[in-house]
Write a protein that binds this ligand. Sequence first.
Ligand code: FES
Length: 526
Amino acid sequence: MRVTGTGHASMRIDTAAGSILCDPWVNPAYFASWFPFPDNSLLDWETLGQVDYLYVSHLHRDHFDAKQLRDHVSKDATVLLPEFPTSEMEDELRELGFTKFLKAPNEQVVDLPGGLKIMIQALTSPTDGPIGDSSLWVEYDGVRLLNQNDARPTDLTVFAELGHVHAHLLQFSGAIWYPMVYELPQAAKTAFGKQKRDRQFDRTWRYIDDLKADHVFPIAGPPCFLDDALWQFNDIHGDEGNIFPDQSVFLAEYAKVGGTNGIVLLPGSVAEITTEGATTTHPVPVEEFFADKVAHLEEMRERKRPVIEAEKASWRHPEVDVLGEMKRRIEPLLDESIYLAKGVGGPVRFDLVGYDGESVESIVVDFPGKEVRPYADEKVRYRFRTERALIEHLLHIGEVDWVNSLFLSCRFSAARIGQYNEFVYAFFKCLSEERLQYAEGWYDEHERAVDAEDITLDGWVVQRRCPHLKADLSRFGIVEGEQLTCQLHGWRFDLSSGRCLTSVGHKIRAHRADEQTPAPAGEALS
Ligand code: FES
């Protein structure tokens, strides 16, 4: 089996029974904030795009690049489609010209002609990607590969059960706006960033240890930020709180925990994988490449400047009545929302900075009051400050997912009262009837489900499944003193009260093992 690195989470897998192109991302994403790192735009995409199969793991724009898919991927390719709850991915791919689809039943091995086998695991909670993320398992001639990319399943058992895996490709770096955009003192931001960076690595080691593959390939990050306004997010400034460590940092950190089987793929690197081992060739020596990282980024920044400027020129739509449009689009959804609106539990304020960089229009999405209105000098749960032009653009194009556009762009600042609130982001990624109904239904089903099984962890009896997204705490739970941390997403719980310390709601059922009476289980949305 041959794996060609094509940048970020993208790769081309070649076997004698067919080729699969995964997540080809080349064009900037999220308001021209993210670019693939290392640069992959100079690869021979005409040849790379001539494949038998296409796999797009999910709809995040650093995985689903509509322009690249339309212009450079063969429309004869059969799309290997994860079993997602909505048809958005298929609809978007059809619009781009793809006509052949193989809908892979979730977690079932599919036999393709010539002895190629695949299995796709789709994750479908409202917090997985934009309503869905997935991983692809491939087997040919006894060689097995798992392209986990940035999916976060609770465990990898379903893949491990199919036999020893030879190549495990997974995310290790950050892909979020936290904590950089928060209006916090620099020292606090650094401390939170460092915590997050450590947690990302801990999670990666956990997955690697779960699967015990022969070779581990760090993929799906980090992106690079080429706009001058975002340049500070690149991990080139010696900031220990930067959440975007690169592949060379991965190798160094992995070595500290005893990892010796890491292989970095640069765009154009080719790994030949057999049951016996792997041989990899690179377009330039990997160490040399990372030693010159700053020069690479600076050169790329100059080359891509016109692309960024052209995108920026398309954002302003002064004819859009932002308050009126937000009312029209969002109020009907607020009216229908039960779980998400209750979960947010307070007003969310948008401060929109005008074209002159100074005037500010302040709009509130009032979740309890179910309306969108001008800010009325009140306390709010979250406050976002961003350019009015960005919101104009989202309204102009009818964007249904403000996470997969505005928030991932990092072109905003934020402040909040109290803990992280996942419902805020779940709501703003569901600005369509179809998505909102799905998310509401999902929470309804999961909040009602009683998870009765308990385990004992370091002197505490706790519910087995994490109140966040059901990770098995016998594997992901770490108890320190009276606190439990679930390593899947790093959420923390105070065991004596059951309170979630990371987000509102999500109380855990726990009591000391030597106590008879368990603490009452919490209301998830309390
Ligand atoms: S499943 Fe997300 S923190 Fe436990």
